[in-house]
Design a protein around this ligand. Structure first.
Ligand SMILES: Nc1ncnc2c1ncn2[C@@H]1O[C@H](COP(=O)(O)OP(=O)(O)OP(=O)(O)O)[C@@H](O)[C@H]1O
Length: 223
């Protein structure tokens, strides 16, 4: 695996329970790439993402993500793998009982940050990166859906991940807001973080053309 490779799976097999969802999975993603993950409902997109963040085991084959070997991944290694990743979901998954700043602090404390000054600097930096530098004190319910997703992306960026995995991040957003979110993720990839994004939004894929991984008939194709 070259130094530039963030994801590499060879001849992988992914199961949900006893059912094989994907087999003969061959995927390679390099630093800074922006890649769509598409396929019909139930074709295995979320299962592939879950395998990449250690939620589902890689049943057969070889796999590496951000330097971690998926087929030998031990339970206690999963939090370390996740520190190298940013994960973004369709439903944002912010903690609704605390401010934006406190949401970010929560993740930082859980991943080993202790220096308050450095934490504040990092929070300012990621909020600026997503265009919401003034929203630190806001509660999530005071923000629009698009703003909440930007905060979720800021949270994903906190530990300068090599890779962002996004599972239908625009699934709950209107077309204009979705456009801005994809634009933001595409910008992030240009700064060197690879982005793998599951989506059904073919209009935006047409606008922001990029490499695509397709899940179909239990297989994965790259184009
Ligand atoms: N927790 C689970 N237990 C058993 N089977 C599951 C589980 N989660 C998903 N599956 C099955 O695995 C297959 C792939 O599902 P997956 O969620 O990966 O598809 P997807 O492409 O992400 O779909 P969608 O576009 O609807 O999100 C489906 O047949 C689904 O029913």
């Amino acid at each position: 695996m070259s130094e530039n490779t963030v994801i590499e799976i060879s001849n992988g097999k992914i199961n949900q329970g006893k059912t094989t969802v994907l087999e003969e999975v061959n995927v390679q993603v390099d630093k800074g790439q922006f890649i769509y993950l598409v396929g019909k409902t139930g074709s295995g997109k979320s299962s592939l993402l879950k395998t990449l963040y250690g939620e589902l085991p890689l049943k057969e084959g070889e796999g590496q993500v951000a330097g971690y070997q998926l087929n030998k991944l031990k339970k206690k290694e999963i939090p370390f793998l996740r520190r190298k990743l940013g994960i973004v979901f369709q439903d944002f998954q912010l903690l609704m009982d605390r401010s934006v700043n406190q949401n970010l602090v929560f993740v930082m404390k859980a991943t080993g940050w202790t220096d308050k000054k450095k934490m504040k600097e990092r929070i300012d930096k990621v909020l600026t990166q997503v265009g919401l530098q003034d929203k630190g004190p806001s509660m999530p319910h005071q923000l629009s859906g698009g703003e909440q997703q930007r905060i979720a992306i800021a949270r994903a960026l906190i530990n300068e991940p090599e890779l962002i995995l996004a599972d239908e991040p625009t699934g709950n957003l209107d077309p204009e807001t979705s456009d801005k979110i994809i634009h933001l993720l595409s910008d992030i990839s240009m700064n060197g973080t690879a982005v793998l994004m599951a989506t059904h939004d073919y209009a935006l894929m047409e606008k922001y053309k990029s490499k695509t991984i397709t899940c179909k008939d239990g297989r994965v194709e790259m184009s």
